[in-house]
Design a protein around this ligand. Sequence first.
Ligand code: AGV
Ligand code: CA
Length: 313
Amino acid sequence: QQQAKQKVIFDHDGGVDDLLSLMLLLTMEHIELLAVTITPADCYLSDATLSTLKILNKMDRTDVLVAKGSIHGVNPFPADWRAQPKICNALPDMILQPVNLNQISELPADQVIASLLEQHQQVDILMTGPCSNLTACLAKHPELKSHIQQVIWMGGAVDVPGNVAMHNHDKSAEWNAFWDPMATQALIESGLVVKMISLDATNCLPVDMTFLAQLAQQRAYPLSHLAGQFWATTINSIPSYEYTYFMWDVLATSVLGVAADAIEFSAIELAVSITEPNAGQTYRAKGSGNEILVATGANKQLVLDYVLRQFKG
Ligand code: AGV
Ligand code: CA
């Protein structure tokens, strides 16, 4: 007898590790991917859509619905960062890859999420960019909350510094939380089961050369080869925290497949600032009633071994 698959809607924002997360998610046989929705945050929407379609096509998933987000946060990402993943579509393994434009929904992402939640129960929402598409959907259709089993979100920084280095900011916030602070607040106050994969946990996973060498050892597997090319584009020489590339979104995606003891969660009551100079800061607020399952640590070796194993798929 076959076990029912876990239904997932994946919302990403087109960064290199968002695209790696899509690859990783597609290797998980116990997951039924209902749709991929895109937030135009740390990317340009046209690049992110093209990369998404190419990866889906490559992995024989031309059946999966793709929807573009129409919501824009108040604090745009730096243009250089948004342009970075363009390189993914120029890689030799990607540039010739056909796409199926019929996969793209005519509806914007938040409406696609709403219509899927109407049709399904016990859906997991995985988000590796700002959470605006989901919170917009739930603001319009609060009754659909009961159709969500859990939300897994890469965002926030609780007991560690943030990664926003902007003129109007004190560095206390993580970027996905800062892009649309009101959406972050709505998510944290939603009452949903939220697993927040914050910088507290992702800080232990910088993209490192040892791991890339291990991945290269198994490059006879097409997916390992492709992933290695993607990660190589994230290695740069500026030795500053704001520029170091971590496996942020890949850790969040791993939550759906890795052994339960690989990621440590703590239930913490949080609040979010929505004003300068700390907009998007997610801080401990005992008594707020907004209990969030914050990823406070990860077993680096277990996570990396899991990723290496999946990319042999
Ligand atoms: O803050 C982490 C989030 C993740 O969802 N993103 C990148 C990941 O996709 C923003 C970000 C922080 N630092 C960055 C980022 C950097 N150095 N380059 C590009 N994006
Ligand atoms: Ca992202």
